[in-house]
Design a protein around this ligand. Structure first.
Ligand code: NDP
Length: 245
């Protein structure tokens, strides 16, 4: 049998990149998977159709993570559609970079809303539905440990915030056997990180000499979601090709 047979998952930002890879992997492992998108409706619907065509169960839900109430509604919709909820993956995130002088405080607020506030709101909603032994997984970033380049102060703050939030939430949900962890990817090839010039620069910083693939991050998420990972909680775990090494 598949490791996540009978489980229900919701992934935020599942229409592209790391989130889409996580959606596909959890479905492959047997979970019924709801996922949100903000702009990429066609891509989201194509992923859901593909999973269904392969015999899985998927549901694409529009929910802009900048609106915490929309995320909470999406979690409620997923739980009522599939009749339960076992796994929440907070993946939706945005990267806005600018010099210290030019950085707009509107962008500070937007990045905080999507990368941090929605994670808390989504977890609040998910905790109401979750069975004992559930899983909360947030996609942070290795920049929580090492910013590495200028212009990234606010993005790094948002990823440090979810790492700290994870420790707190692990304490809140531990008594119910629900584990809460952050995955901190290093540079990974996605639309967010698609500039060939920065790829060359980043490769020089990686022990493995290459960027990560979305499916490599999804594999780690699938492990943390599985029954195998039952004793890992409150942790922010790096998967970075040796960026920090
Ligand atoms: P992409 O930009 O490639 O994809 C982002 C996904 O999140 C899309 O599905 C997008 O949906 C969704 N999304 C973005 N904003 C919102 C929003 N406001 N509401 C709902 N969904 C939203 O990013 P990645 O796959 O690279 O990143 C995924 C996560 O991994 C992020 O949290 C990011 O910070 C983190 N990360 C990425 C790294 C990298 O190098 N790529 C490294 C470390 C961490 P739509 O198109 O529908 O708007």
């Amino acid at each position: 049998t598949k490791p996540l047979e009978g489980k229900v998952a919701i992934v935020t930002g599942g229409s592209r990149g790391i989130g889409a890879a996580i959606v596909r992997r959890l479905a492959m492992d047997g979970a019924s998977v709801a996922f949100t998108f903000a702009n990429s409706k066609e891509k989201a619907e194509a992923i859901a159709a593909d999973i269904e065509a392969k015999g899985g169960k998927a549901l694409a839900i529009h929910a802009d993570s900048a609106d915490a109430a929309a995320v909470q509604r999406a979690v409620d919709t997923a739980a009522s559609h599939f009749g339960a909820l076992d796994i929440l993956v907070n993946n939706a995130g945005i990267l806005l970079l600018d010099s210290l002088e030019a950085f707009r405080l509107e962008d500070f607020d937007r990045m905080f809303a999507v990368n941090v506030r929605a994670v808390f709101a989504g977890t609040q909603a998910a905790a109401k539905h979750m069975h004992d032994g559930g899983r909360v997984i947030t996609i942070g970033s290795v920049v929580a440990e090492r910013s590495g380049f200028p212009t990234s102060a606010v993005y790094s703050m948002s990823k440090g915030a979810v790492a700290a939030m994870t420790r707190g939430l692990a304490r809140d949900l531990g008594p119910r056997g629900i584990t809460v962890n952050t995955i901190q990817p290093g540079p990974t090839v996605t639309d967010m990180n698609s500039d060939p010039h920065s790829h060359e620069m980043l490769k020089g910083l990686m022990a493995l000499g290459r960027l990560g693939e979305d499916r490599e991050i999804a594999s780690f998420a699938a492990y943390l979601a599985s029954p195998e990972a039952s004793f890992i909680t409150g942790a922010s775990l790096t998967i970075d090709g040796g960026y920090l090494a």
